[in-house]
Design a protein around this ligand. Structure first.
Ligand SMILES: [Zn+2]
Length: 85
């Protein structure tokens, strides 16, 4: 899942839009990586998901979030979840 942080035009962040459009059973437990990048003219934008998008990603079991930083490098957040018994 690769997202460009261009507004979707409906007032929600691209991350939320993508997560809400995906089938929940195809997210949790499938090793999904959410990748977020933004650029304005020649400058990279800090693309770390906001607290709302982060909470939504965790709620849906997304395991890895990669986001672009202002210097053009990537940061990674990893989450692990308990498997169903
Ligand atoms: Zn957000």
């Amino acid at each position: 899942m690769f997202l460009d942080r261009i507004h979707t035009g409906n007032g929600i962040h691209a991350e939320q839009h993508a997560i809400m459009r995906a089938s929940p059973r195809r997210l949790r437990g499938h090793g999904i990586t959410l990748t977020v990048a933004g650029k304005r003219k020649e400058n990279f934008l800090l693309s770390k998901p906001c607290s709302v998008c982060l909470a939504l990603a965790i709620k849906h079991g997304i395991e890895t979030i990669e986001y672009l930083t202002r210097d053009g490098s990537w940061e990674t957040l990893k989450f692990s979840y308990n498997k169903k018994l």
